[in-house]
Design a protein around this ligand. Structure first.
Ligand code: NAP
Ligand code: MG
Length: 481
C-alpha cells in the first residue's frame, strides 16, 4: 500500500506551507488512524492564491493560448489520471472510506471521462451572429467568467474536483479550489498531475483548509468573479450570502431527499437492485441518494422482504478488499449524525427492519439500514441523513404519490420503477427535480447535466450546460454604414 505523504498548498504551481504554519491531520475513517498532515490554508493563503489566479487569467500563456491547446492540456490531465488510476483509487478509499470496487469502477472512470469530455469541448465554445434590425452586424463572444472559487465536499473528493475543473479550465477560467477538510488528498494529487500535464502557473491553485476560514475567504474575496459550491444546503445559503459582498456569480449543488418510486407493475427484481444502488452506493453519502423509497401498497410487504434479504447479505467492512460492498462513513461526526437520525426515526414511530447500528467495533461503519413505516412528515423523511438509511413509505395511487414525492424542500433527483412507459414519462414531468431515472438509478455521464430544483441549488454541472456557469456573453455591434 502506498505511503501517504504530507500535503501542502498549491499556489502558482508551487507547493508551500500555510502562512500561519498550521497543519491539520487527515484520518482513515475505516481504521480511525491518522493518515497524514496537510497544510491548513486560511484567508491569507486564499489571498495569495487569488492573486496568482488573477495574474494567470489576465496575462501569460493561459490567456493567449488557443482553445485547442487548452483542450490538449486538459486531455493530458485525463491521460495522466488514467495512468495513475490505481494509486488514486487507493488513496481515495483510504481517505474517504468508500469501497475500492467503487473508486475503481465509478470515481476514477467518471473523473477521467469528465476531463476527456471537456478537453474535447474546449475548442467548440463560441458565440453567435444575430440578425438584428438596422444596418448592423451583431455578434456575441463567449468569454471566460474570470477567477473562479470552487468549494467541494468530501463524498466524491476527486470526482467533484473533476466536475468543477473540467468546464472551468475548458472555458479559460483560472481557479482557487478548496477541497473538504476531511478529504483533501486526491485533489492535491490531481494538482501534481495538472502541473505535469502542462497547466501554466496560477491556473489551478488548491487550498485545503476549513470552511469558515478558507472557504469563507474564497466566497467573500472581492477579486473572485464566480463561486461554485457543492455541499449542504445550510452552508450553500451562507456561501450565497458571502458571495453577495461583490455580487459574484454563484452556482450551488446542494442536498437532496430523493423519492425512489416503485409501482406494483415494475420489474420487482430490477427495482430491488435499484433501491440498493440508490441508497447504499457510497455508504449513502450521496446528494442524489434514493433515500425515500415509495412503495405502492400492493407490493409493499413483498418488496421489503426481498430488499431485507438482499441487504442482510451485503459485505460491509474493509474498504480496500475488492469484495467489500459498503465501506466506512467519512468521519466520526457523520457516523454519529446517522445513528442519531436512526434514533430520531424510532422515536417518531418508524421501525428498524434491519441494520440500525454500528457494523464494526472499530471504524465508522454503519449497518445498511431499512426504516419501515415511515411517513413523509417524519424528520428522517424530511432531512438529509447522508448515510445508508432508506426510509420506506407506502403510497396508494398516483395523486397520493405525486403529492408526497414533491412535498420536500429538495429537488435534486428521483427514480421511477414501472413497466408502464406512459406513466413513467408523465411522472418524469410532474416531479420537481433536476434528474429523473426511469428503471435505473445513480447513472452519470460527463455529457448529461446534473443539478437541482428548489433548495437543492441552481446551475447545471456537466455537459454543455456547465459552460453557462463559467462563461459570460458579450454582445458586439458593428455599424455597416
Ligand atoms: P458542508 O459543510 O456543506 O461542506 C461543503 C464544503 O463547504 C466543504 O469544503 C466545507 O469546508 C465548506 N464550508 C463549510 N462551511 C463553510 C463556510 N462558512 N463558507 C464557505 N465554505 C464552507 O458539508 P459537510 O460539513 O462536509 O457535511 C455536512 C452535511 O452536508 C452532510 O451531513 C450532508 O448532509 C451534507 N452534504 C451534502 C453534500 C451534497 O453533495 N449535497 C455533500 C457533502 C455533504 P469543510 O471542509 O471545513 O467542512
Ligand atoms: Mg463541514
Amino acid at each position: 500500500m502506498q505511503v501517504v505523504k504530507p500535503g501542502k498548498l498549491l499556489i502558482n504551481n508551487e507547493w508551500c506551507e500555510a502562512e500561519s504554519g498550521k497543519r491539520f491531520s487527515v484520518t482513515n475513517p475505516a481504521t480511525e488512524q491518522k493518515l497524514t498532515d496537510v497544510a491548513e490554508g486560511d484567508a491569507a493563503d486564499v489571498n495569495r492564491a487569488v492573486k496568482a489566479a488573477r495574474r494567470a487569467f489576465e496575462s501569460g500563456p493561459w490567456k493567449t493560448m488557443s482553445a485547442r491547446e487548452r483542450g490538449r492540456i486538459i486531455n493530458r490531465i485525463a491521460i495522466l489520471l488514467d495512468k495513475h488510476k490505481e494509486e488514486f483509487a487507493e488513496l481515495e478509499t483510504l481517505n474517504n472510506g468508500k469501497p475500492i470496487s467503487e473508486t475503481r469502477n465509478a470515481d476514477l472512470p467518471l473523473s477521467i471521462e469528465t476531463f476527456e469530455y471537456y478537453a474535447g469541448l474546449a475548442d467548440k465554445i463560441h458565440g453567435d451572429t444575430i440578425p438584428v434590425s438596422g444596418n448592423f452586424f451583431n455578434y456575441t463572444l463567449r468569454e471566460p467568467a474570470g477567477v473562479v472559487g470552487q468549494i467541494i465536499p468530501w463524498n466524491f473528493p476527486l470526482l467533484m474536483a473533476a466536475w468543477k475543473l473540467g468546464p472551468a479550465l475548458a472555458t479559460g477560467c483560472t481557479v482557487v479550489l478548496k477541497p473538504a477538510e476531511q478529504t483533501p488528498l486526491t485533489a492535491l494529487k490531481l494538482g501534481e498531475i495538472a502541473i505535469e500535464a502542462g497547466l501554466p502557473a496560477g491556473v489551478l491553485n488548491i487550498i485545503p483548509g476549513y470552511g469558515p476560514t478558507a472557504g469563507a475567504a474564497i466566497a467573500t474575496h472581492p477579486d473572485v468573479d464566480k463561486v461554485a459550491f457543492t455541499g449542504s444546503t445550510e452552508v450553500g445559503k451562507i456561501v450565497m450570502q458571502l458571495a453577495g459582498a461583490n455580487l459574484k456569480r454563484v452556482s450551488l449543488e446542494l442536498g437532496g431527499k430523493a423519492p425512489n418510486i416503485v409501482f406494483a407493475d415494475s420489474d420487482i427484481e430490477a427495482a430491488v437492485n435499484g433501491a440498493m444502488r440508490g441508497i447504499f452506493f457510497n455508504q449513502g453519502e450521496v446528494c442524489c441518494a434514493g433515500s425515500r423509497l415509495f412503495l405502492e401498497e400492493k407490493i409493499h410487504d413483498e418488496f421489503l422482504s426481498k430488499l431485507k434479504t438482499r441487504v442482510e447479505k451485503m459485505i460491509v467492512g474493509n474498504p480496500l478488499d475488492p469484495k467489500t460492498q459498503m465501506g466506512a462513513q467519512v468521519s466520526e461526526e457523520q457516523f454519529k449524525k446517522i445513528l442519531g437520525y436512526i434514533d430520531q426515526g424510532k422515536k417518531e414511530g418508524a421501525t428498524v427492519l434491519t441494520g440500525g447500528a454500528p457494523a464494526q467495533p472499530k471504524g465508522y461503519f454503519v449497518k445498511p439500514t431499512i426504516l419501515e413505516g415511515v411517513n413523509n412528515n417524519m424528520t428522517v423523511a424530511r432531512e438529509e441523513i447522508f448515510g445508508p438509511v432508506v426510509c420506506a413509505i407506502a403510497f396508494k395511487n398516483h395523486d397520493d404519490l405525486c403529492r408526497q414525492a414533491n412535498d420536500t424542500v429538495y429537488g435534486l433527483s428521483a427514480g421511477i420503477w414501472t413497466r408502464d412507459i406512459g406513466k413513467a414519462h408523465r411522472l418524469a414531468k410532474e416531479i420537481k427535480a433536476g434528474t429523473i431515472w426511469i428503471n435505473c438509478y445513480n447513472c452519470f455521464d460527463a455529457a448529461s447535466p446534473f443539478g437541482g430544483f428548489k433548495q437543492s441549488g441552481f446551475g447545471r454541472e456537466l455537459g454543455k450546460y456547465a459552460l453557462e456557469l463559467y462563461t459570460q456573453v458579450k454582445s458586439v455591434w458593428v455599424s455597416l454604414d
